[in-house]
Design a protein around this ligand. Structure first.
Ligand code: NAD
Length: 362
């Protein structure tokens, strides 16, 4: 079977980690035709737009992309190119597996958790009103007329929309993923005790949808601050989490910290028959061009992509190869060394070569 995939190397460390992932995917012997496109700072540097039309068209036509992190220049008119891509293609489900994979910096040995983050609404919807603006003042006046609690005059306002439709589809996605991937339990994460109408709606949608999976998947709900504490102490209590956008973002980084850092956390943004795979981390500009960062998050994002393509055996082989490199602990990037300044740390490229060697051994 042959595949055509849009490839966006991204900015900062993006091209290095993407190159490392390509070397590993190549070693699996898949027939993938990569259609290279640019976005972000790289595109602007070449006199183009932040999100060029031919990049959008390529994702639209291939319906699958592997993407490096993208820098959003401050004051560009976009809050984030990454959020813009997710919104443009309605990539409503953000899937972030958190697994130890023998990582030498994992705080616990057997972490195996899947985070499902709602990707389209909540405080990330981008509906904001700035301080000292006549529209904001009008809005504040209306709110203060309607609401029992008053908002301080002169405040800036961010809107937190949570809809039943978007909540139901992400929660269904989580349950269907659980069924298809042999997961046992889903925890709905919220702050419905405080945000009764928004998080309350998310929780209510969860309780309704969960009824359809009774006897098949266990479920419960946990308040987000309690989750943060429990995850650091007893991660084994959790199997899958489903969360609104903002909590999903924060808890994903907490999860990355549990297994050894941002360099290890892969991600997928999935919509209706369309998906963009990318590491959780950003473009880390201060490390760019040094061939030193950890490409694992991008390699594992490629593994998620390969699984999405239906090549499950090859995806598993890639994951096992990464785990084998960690187990040997001979070729590790600086972030996984006991001393981060250790001159013996592997380069990005050397790590990828070690993974390729393992792929060939498996
Ligand atoms: P960042 O994730 O880029 O970097 C924070 C720190 O994490 C780095 O300084 C580095 O110490 C560490 N780190 C990140 N990736 C690593 C890796 N692969 N290996 C080892 N260490 C790694 O976060 P930031 O500095 O807040 O953001 C930089 C830029 O990236 C911003 O412009 C932001 O908008 C963008 N960003 C993009 C995405 C995306 O494309 N999906 C996500 C987050 C941030």
């Amino acid at each position: 079977m042959s595949y055509k995939v849009t490839l966006i190397p991204g900015d900062g460390i993006g091209p290095e980690v993407i190159q490392a992932a390509l070397v590993c995917v190549d070693a699996l012997g898949l027939d993938i035709k990569w259609e290279k496109r640019i976005a972000g700072k790289t595109s602007m540097g070449q006199g183009g737009e932040l999100l060029p039309k031919d990049t959008i068209d390529s994702i639209k036509s291939n319906r699958i992309a592997l993407k490096g992190p993208i820098t959003t220049p401050v004051g560009s008119g976009f809050r984030s190119i990454n959020v813009a891509i997710r919104q443009l293609f309605d990539l409503y489900a953000c899937l972030r597996p958190i697994k130890s994979f023998n990582s030498p910096k994992a705080l616990y040995k057997d972490i195996d958790l899947v985070i499902v983050r709602e990707n389209t609404e909540d405080l990330y919807a981008g509906v904001e009103f700035k301080e000292k603006d006549s529209d904001t003042d009008k809005l504040l006046e209306s709110i203060n007329k309607m609401a029992e609690k008053k908002v301080r005059p002169g405040s800036a306002i961010s809107i937190k929309p949570i809809s039943r439709n978007a909540s139901e589809r992400i929660i269904k996605f989580a349950f269907e993923y659980a069924l298809g991937n042999n997961r046992k339990k889903i925890s709905c994460i919220h702050k419905a005790n405080i945000m009764k109408y928004t998080d309350g709606l998310f929780l209510d949608s969860f309780i309704q949808i969960a009824q359809n999976y009774k006897g098949k998947i266990e479920y419960n709900d946990v308040i987000v601050d309690n989750l943060a504490m429990q995850l650091t102490q007893k991660p084994e209590n959790f199997d899958m989490l489903v969360l609104p956008n903002l909590y999903g973002d924060i808890i994903s980084d907490l999860g990355a910290g549990l297994v050894g850092g941002l360099g290890l956390a892969p991600g997928a943004n999935i919509g209706q028959n369309i998906a963009v795979f990318e590491p959780t981390h950003g473009s880390a500009p201060r490390h760019a061009g040094k061939n030193k960062v950890n490409p694992t998050a991008t390699i594992l994002s490629a593994a998620l992509m390969i699984k999405y393509l239906g090549e499950t055996e090859k995806a598993l082989r890639l994951e096992k190869a990464v785990a084998a490199v960690f187990k040997e602990a001979k070729v590790l990037t600086y972030d996984l060394m006991p001393d981060r300044n250790d001159p013996n740390a592997a380069t990005t490229q050397e790590f990828a070569e070690a993974v390729v060697k393992q792929i060939k051994n498996l």
